[in-house]
Write a protein that binds this ligand. Structure first.
Ligand code: UTP
Length: 299
């Protein structure tokens, strides 16, 4: 069975929704509590068995590359001061030499184009994962791990996208699946459309930023057709696989997804991750209770 061991992290977007912060800070370095978004994505990939991490970056993303470097001076300082716990935390950010590769997307032409930029770093016969770090998923079993298991159950062939049900008035903001067979967590797909016009959505099952892709998707990206919004859409290259012997599947993951590419989603994630931390929970909850009491009194 073909194992999924490589993951692409497209991080070349401009992050305009977070301007002015993203003028100098890559969106993926913004922190949820005390860890940057990219760390959550890397931890999830590791849990799923990923061994090689490919970042598609762009100008101004230097902080992202620095983040994964070892920092001997800082480590030495912490060791000297006996701060063993912090040393352990720091170690989780260290990557094995050669496990990370960076490639540039010279123009933000869309997610499909970003993934295509990594084509020479992949094995043309092996499926690969794609993780969008701004979709953060809180789950007992990390989302990509759930998907890898489901993908192996299907025989490790074809392409699989993470999906979740979204309210009818929000679905047109997503890639949306047209379901052929519903097998529970996994569905087979007969159609897929990126940001459908409101009222034309084939279902309310939206595509979320985790993918396991057959290498044929990369061949489809070679055609470089621009799609919705004039961008080269990954959704279109995956949709081209529908009806082939490989096929396309959606996977309803167990967990809560936060859209950390939007300000409201980022704030919700901050509160939720804060409340899940033992060292912060009580203080934060007390503050939230106070806040709602003040709001209730003002109404
Ligand atoms: P977004 O749609 O969130 O775009 O991209 P963005 O540029 O990051 O953010 P806004 O909309 O301007 O605020 C989804 C993911 O695809 C990557 C982004 O880095 C993000 O991880 N992406 C998008 C690229 O790598 N290249 C692109 O050309 C477009």
């Amino acid at each position: 069975m073909k194992k999924v061991t490589k993951a692409i992290f497209p991080v070349a977007g401009l992050g305009t929704r977070f301007l002015p912060a993203t003028k100098s800070i890559p969106k993926e370095i913004m922190t949820l509590v005390d860890r940057p978004l990219i760390q959550y994505a890397i931890d999830e990939a590791r849990a799923a068995g990923i061994k090689e991490f490919i970042f598609v970056t762009s100008r101004g993303k230097g902080a992202l590359e620095d983040y994964f470097d070892h920092s001997p001076v800082l480590e030495q300082e912490l060791r000297k001061k006996g701060k063993d716990k912090l040393l352990e935390v720091l170690k989780t950010t260290n990557m094995d030499s050669g496990a990370i590769a960076y490639i540039r997307q010279h123009k933000a032409l869309g997610l499909g184009h970003a993934v295509w930029c990594a084509r020479r770093l992949l094995d043309p016969k092996e499926p690969f994962a794609v993780i969008l770090p701004d979709d953060v998923i809180a789950a007992e079993k990390p989302c990509l791990q759930q998907m890898v298991e489901a993908y192996e159950e299907l025989g490790a062939t074809g392409s699989m996208v993470a999906s979740m049900e979204v309210p009818a008035d929000k679905v047109s903001a997503y890639g949306v699946l047209d379901v052929k067979d519903d097998m529970g967590s996994t569905v087979s797909v007969k159609g897929m459309v990126e940001k459908p016009a409101p009222g034309t959505e084939p279902s309310n099952l939206a595509v979320i930023g985790r993918y396991i892709l057959d290498p044929a998707v990369m061949k489809n990206l070679n055609q470089m057709k621009s799609g919705a919004g004039g961008e080269i859409q990954l959704t279109d290259a995956i949709a081209d696989e529908i009806g082939t012997e490989r096929g396309v599947y959606g996977y309803r993951f167990a967990g809560q997804r936060f859209d950390c590419g939007s300000k409201a989603g980022f704030l919700q994630a901050t509160i939720s991750f804060g409340l899940s931390r033992e060292d912060l929970r009580d203080e934060l909850q007390e503050y939230l209770d106070e806040l709602s009491a003040v709001r209730a009194a003002a109404q």
